[in-house]
Design a protein around this ligand. Structure first.
Ligand SMILES: [Mn+2]
Length: 228
């Protein structure tokens, strides 16, 4: 049986992502869902976007939109939005586009990266058993009717109410400083603070097995209880 693998917020952590690929052994038979926030904060957003563009050809992952991609796209539109984005981790994104590890201007980001951000990313994804979003959902609305401020910005926390569909939510966005997936009835958050002192997480949503890697190329593996 093919695996359904969800990957949490990457935030520029290319080494963790490369290590994860070797650790989990992604194949084209896997259904891979990336939960958004590929950019900002970590050191190599440029490399992460190159990796995503390359693997779209070979692994055909489902790639969701996160609030940091929204901020990065908005930064093209106005000086105020550019400043907001830089203050939210866009400054390190710009450094990844400069050979001298200085802050490049936004013009250094190539057109193919902008095109990727604008066209390749989905608002949400749904299977017969699971809902996948970047941040959270309202319990009474179908995915296509979820407001943007919930889908991309609302933290998944202890107040989460399970979705009326009975499907389990898999989300990121709210960095778990424990470094561990946060499990609630009806949902699991797998943003485990890859860019900080935590880990990047890849979860097999049907078994609860999860793999973690970090920027020091360390690996570890455990299981969450997915029965609730
Ligand atoms: Mn986020």
């Amino acid at each position: 049986m093919s695996r359904t693998l969800a990957i949490g917020d990457i935030h520029g952590c290319l080494r963790s992502l490369e290590e994860m690929e070797g650790y989990v052994g992604f194949t084209p038979e896997d259904q891979i869902i990336l939960l958004g926030d590929y950019v900002d904060k970590g050191l190599n957003t440029c490399g992460v976007i190159d990796w995503l563009i390359d693997r779209s050809e070979t692994l055909s992952p489902i790639m969701l939109l996160g609030n940091h991609e929204i901020m990065m796209l908005a930064a093209q539109q106005s000086y105020g939005s550019l400043q907001t984005w830089k203050n939210c981790g866009g400054d390190t994104t710009l450094m990844s586009y400069s050979a001298e590890l200085e802050e490049a201007t936004i013009d250094a980001i190539p057109d193919r990266h902008w095109a990727f951000l604008k066209t390749a990313l989905l608002p949400s994804y749904e299977t017969s058993t699971h809902l996948f979003v970047h941040a959270c959902v309202l319990p009474h609305l179908p995915l296509e009717e979820q407001p943007d401020d919930v889908l991309y910005w609302q933290p998944f926390d202890e107040w989460f109410v399970p979705h009326h569909s009975g499907k389990q939510l898999i989300c990121g966005h709210k960095s778990q400083k424990s470094g561990l997936p946060f499990v609630r009835p009806g949902g699991i958050c797998i943003d485990t603070w890859a860019h900080g002192e935590g880990w990047l997480t890849c979860l097999d949503v049907n078994t609860g097995t999860y793999w973690q890697t970090n920027e020091r190329r360390e690996r570890r593996k455990d299981t969450v209880d997915i029965s609730n």
